[in-house]
Design a protein around this ligand. Structure first.
Ligand SMILES: Cc1cc2nc3c(=O)[nH]c(=O)nc-3n(C[C@H](O)[C@H](O)[C@H](O)COP(=O)(O)OP(=O)(O)OC[C@H]3O[C@@H](n4cnc5c(N)ncnc54)[C@H](O)[C@@H]3O)c2cc1C
Ligand code: SF4
Length: 599
């Protein structure tokens, strides 16, 4: 078993998984390590970070000094080798022509999906986040609570390696003792924010990030993650030793060839493949799930991109992990006489309640950070963040919006690309010669970008459906999006900007730019933060949800969804750690049901 082509697919598998990002990676890992025979299909090409990551390239080695372009919107060296804001031949549409009602869809089409270049901010959702309706009467409660997920957060953190600290703040859960790796020190600009933020009542603490600040404990973790499974323990111990600790000198968005940060390609797949239980088939674009005469899923039909042929693979269980809206699209395209409106859609909820993270930003310049001694601050993104701090005020009705946001900080002297140097030129007011050099030395590292990441409340106007007219290059109907921010999100963004301005002033700086280019006074468009969740929400009532608490669809018991589609809310905490924790939980349940013969 290993990487295969369409010719070498076996007759049948225990489980067929669609998608290889955080959800598909975690699902495949858990199932293969525990003995299930798994086939994973990925629409994008194979990708090997060890050999392909341009980790040590400098900006001068790239066109336009590596700055962002329409082809490489996250910079020339970003690890997205397939996909982005557009995927050739695979469009999507928006129902509304109104610029405030657009959903923008970032799709990574490659092995590992978005995990190759995600920001690695790995925050737990807290107890309030699973019961939002009970707390303020808006949105919907999850059918599970924080306590159901907490053991799986611990497991994922131990497996992938997450640094951070336990601060005991409200609705910002601690990890179990010994689970987190030590956080790196705050950078100069981050320390200034920490110090001055206190006066505003904002605690700025070490962020939780999926980066190895030291080697993983390969002697004790494998037995904790796979008790009674000696083979899995040995494989995992070996793979943990093959991952080096971070050396804090390169840009994680290019991927990490030494496996010091989490991407499914370097963390989930190597051990899962080493079990001999996992086949991975790249360039396989799944069109639909197939049902047998008993109404159970019997496999999927995919297009082999090498030949353009429609082919079928069979499995006892099918898991969709293609990312939230892609999984909804596959379900909507799986029509049959039993499910004329799409598979697992007897509730009519497939595609409903899609959410993104609320995003807005502002940058400041700080005289206190000018002319600092030359030093390097590359590596691993921001080291600190500010969790939402106004839960009590919000509960008491003192704010004009529901649900909070956290603040991320981009500061420091990291290797600049041409775009950043242009911004510096503007700041310095010099564009040539020794005046420019002096100005760059003075100003470089003296700016900080503040990003708000807030919770969106699910609403009836934000959903996806099949476009009745348009198909992609594979002949598959594409998605049409409907999108609307509510007053809660718009007021939240206004609050973000007031807070950032106050922080800048408290730090002795001045505001130099903010996200006013977007509509609705600067909120980033739906999908723009690239944290899409919802569309196949879980619930306790099968009339109002697509899956149960394990991601098992109500209508087809051997069909599961393990990506963010099942989210009932989208807390300000970035979603990926929760996606992986829930995927592990679903896979445990799936295995036990499979072994009992219930699937
Ligand atoms: C620039 C950026 C920064 C981010 N930063 C953070 C962060 O700091 N913290 C955080 O929590 N999250 C972050 N995210 C979000 C994070 O990447 C996603 O939440 C996570 O990757 C979701 O995992 P997934 O498996 O659902 O989807 P993906 O990682 O997108 O993987 C889905 C895979 O399925 C494949 N696929 C899709 N359709 C089909 C089909 N029909 N057939 C076969 N295969 C298919 C895709 O090609 C893809 O490889 C960031 C995302 C981006 C883009
Ligand atoms: S900063 Fe660390 S984790 Fe990130 S790419 Fe460099 S070595 Fe890897």
């Amino acid at each position: 078993m290993g990487f295969i082509t369409a010719d070498s697919v076996k007759d049948s598998y225990d489980v067929v998984i669609v998608g290889s990002g955080a959800a598909g990676g975690q699902t495949a890992y858990t199932l293969a390590m525990e003995g299930a025979k798994v086939l994973l299909l990925e629409a994008g090409r194979n990708y090997n970070p060890a050999t392909e990551t341009p980790m040590f390239h400098t900006s001068n080695m790239a066109p336009l000094r590596a700055t962002t372009t329409s082809d490489k919107p996250l910079g020339f060296f970003d690890s997205t080798v397939g996909g982005g804001w557009t995927v050739p031949g695979e469009p999507y549409t928006n129902a509304s022509g109104n610029s405030d009602e657009q959903f923008t869809w970032w799709r990574a089409r490659m092995l590992g999906g978005r995990t190759n270049h995600w920001g690695r901010n790995a925050l737990r959702s807290g107890p309030y986040d699973f019961k939002p309706y009970s707390r303020d009467g808006l949105g919907i409660d999850w059918p599970i609570s924080y306590e159901d997920v907490a053991p799986y957060y611990d497991k994922v953190e131990m497996l992938i390696g997450v640094y951070g600290s336990n601060e005991g703040l409200e609705n910002t859960p601690n990890s179990s003792e010994g689970v987190l790796l030590p956080p790196p020190k705050a950078r100069a600009g981050e320390r200034l924010a920490q110090h001055r933020g206190k006066a505003l009542g904002i605690s700025i603490i070490p962020i939780h990030r999926a980066v190895l600040s030291r080697a993983l404990d390969h002697q004790t973790i494998p037995a904790k993650l796979h008790p009674h499974n000696v083979k899995a323990q040995k494989i995992l111990a070996r793979e943990m030793q093959a991952r080096a600790a971070c050396f804090w000198a390169t840009d994680c968005g290019r991927g990490c060839s030494i496996r010091a940060n989490y991407q499914s390609t370097t963390v989930h797949f190597p051990p899962a493949l080493a079990t001999g239980n996992l086949d991975i088939l790249p360039n396989a674009m799944v069109r639909e799930v197939v049902l047998n005469a008993q109404g159970k899923a019997s496999g999927v039909i995919y297009i082999d991109k090498a030949t353009g042929k429609d082919l079928k693979v069979s499995g006892r269980v099918v898991v969709l992990a293609a990312r939230s809206c892609e999984s909804a699209r596959i379900l909507l395209n799986s029509k049959s006489s039993q499910f004329p409106n799409g598979l697992a859609n007897s509730s009519g909820m497939v595609g409903r309640y899609i959410m993104d993270t609320v995003g807005a930003g502002l940058s400041g310049q700080f005289p206190l950070l000018e002319n600092l001694p030359l030093h390097n601050e590359d590596g691993a993104g921001d080291h600190v963040y500010a969790p939402w701090w106004l839960y009590k005020e919000q509960k008491a009705g003192k704010l004009d919006f529901a649900r909070g946001y956290h603040i991320e900080f981009a500061s420091g002297r990291r290797m600049p690309n041409a775009g950043e140097l242009t911004a510096l030129n503007n700041l310095a007011g010099e564009s040539y010669g020794s005046g420019l050099k002096d100005a760059v030395r003075r100003y470089y590292g003296s700016t900080i970008a503040f990003s708000g990441r807030g919770e969106m409340i699910p609403n009836d106007q934000s959903f996806c459906e099949l476009d009745p007219n348009l198909k992609d290059r594979w002949g598959i109907p594409v998605l049409r999006f409907h999108w609307k921010w509510s007053e809660h999100e718009l007021r939240q963004v206004a609050h973000m900007k007031r807070t950032f301005t106050s922080l800048v002033e408290a730090m002795g700086g001045k505001v130099i730019s903010q996200t006013t280019k977007y509509g609705h006074a600067g909120i980033r468009p739906g999908g723009n933060v690239k944290h899409e969740v919802g569309g196949t929400v879980m619930g306790a009532d099968e009339r109002k949800s697509v899956t149960n608490q394990y991601g098992q669809t109500w209508d087809v018991k051997n069909l599961f969804v393990t990506d963010g589609g099942t989210f009932c809310s989208n807390a300000d905490k970035n979603p990926t750690l929760t996606i992986m924790a829930l995927a592990w939980r679903s896979a445990d349940y799936l295995l036990s049901e499979l072994n009992k013969g219930n699937l």
